[in-house]
Design a protein around this ligand. Structure first.
Ligand SMILES: Cc1cc2nc3c(=O)[nH]c(=O)nc-3n(C[C@H](O)[C@H](O)[C@H](O)COP(=O)(O)OP(=O)(O)OC[C@H]3O[C@@H](n4cnc5c(N)ncnc54)[C@H](O)[C@@H]3O)c2cc1C
Length: 271
């Protein structure tokens, strides 16, 4: 868990910032909401000179990654490693929220990964049969026995080693001891949006100060979304032992309920 420095752009507020320090990273603790980036963002990046990043060019990779329970379509893939499902549960509060959005002119949207993202509706989740599909579950677990893959948990990388402008290895700590790994070919840095730049800074690269707001701006410039989660999901999780046991029983019987918290949510997105 991190707490940001007071952010000048946020009126001096400090932002609570959880991160998944676990196999699968933050995809192992996230809200499971499957809403891909917005067409206009990708196209803007391509216009800025980033070849290969237009929506039309990245869509085939999104489709390839997905195993959409409703099957293949122009915007969705089937048979990929990442299960994507419609939420199995509906709730009167979410229905009322979506209806209220309609009353003020926000269109109903039952697929935020379809032709348009604007609107209000239930979103899809990276889960199947009530179980989370983290990156570790979708991508790592199927290949973890490969002879050319070594997974080292509990290791903290402290520096990337460079030979001139080329990354040639990393230093890391594990159970109180320090190690260096030399790369035969390349170093791929995927420590997440906060720890990747931090590691670059620790290695002597990049800005001295990295603002949280700058990070958000650079990842998402257009999409705004508001999410409503069914109140029972949090109260059941944090409630009495009896409540928790009841919600676990419900999950075991039907694979819906607070153990799959986002199964009860909807959102409104605006470009
Ligand atoms: C609470 C929360 C809710 C979210 N909800 C959603 C959602 O509903 N839908 C959605 O699409 N996205 C959601 N996100 C965002 C999404 O999970 C992230 O965008 C995504 O996981 C980023 O993937 P990543 O591989 O870039 O980084 P991460 O998932 O953060 O993975 C980075 C990995 O690198 C490891 N690491 C970092 N530094 C070091 C180091 N120095 N040494 C060794 N290992 C290191 C970390 O332990 C972690 O395993 C949420 C995120 C959070 C935190």
């Amino acid at each position: 868990m991190y707490q940001s420095e007071p952010e000048p752009e946020l009126n001096g507020r400090s932002v609570f910032t959880p991160r998944g320090r676990v196999l699968g990273g933050s995809s192992s603790i996230n809200g499971l909401v499957h809403v891909r980036g917005q067409r206009e963002d990708f196209d803007a990046w391509a216009r800025l000179g980033n070849a290969g990043w237009s929506y039309g060019e990245v869509l085939p990779y999104f489709r390839k990654s997905e195993d959409q329970q409703d099957g293949k379509s122009e915007y969705h893939g089937a048979g990929g490693p990442l299960p994507v499902s419609a939420l199995p549960d509906r709730h009167a509060l979410c229905d009322a929220f979506i209806a209220a959005a309609g009353e003020i002119g926000i269109p109903r949207n039952d697929d935020f990964n379809g032709e348009h993202q604007e609107g209000a509706g239930y979103y899809h989740a990276t889960a199947r049969s009530g179980r989370r599909a983290s990156c570790a579950v979708a991508y790592l677990r199927p290949v973890r026995k490969r002879s050319n893959l070594c997974i080292q948990t509990g290791a903290l990388v402290t520096r990337i080693r460079f030979d001139g402008r080329h990354a040639v290895g990393v230093d890391y700590q594990l159970r109180g001891a320090s190690y260096t790994l030399r790369a035969h070919r390349e170093v791929l840095l995927c420590g997440g949006s906060f720890n990747s730049p931090q590691l670059l800074q620790l290695s002597g690269l990049g800005r001295r100060r990295y603002s949280l707001v700058t990070a958000f701006r650079s990842c998402c410039t257009r999409q705004v979304s508001v999410k409503v989660s069914r109140i029972i999901s949090t109260s059941a999780l944090s409630g009495s032992a009896r409540n928790r046991s009841r919600s676990t029983t419900r999950w075991l019987q039907s694979r819906v309920g607070s153990r799959w918290g986002c199964a009860m949510s909807c959102c409104v997105a605006a470009p």
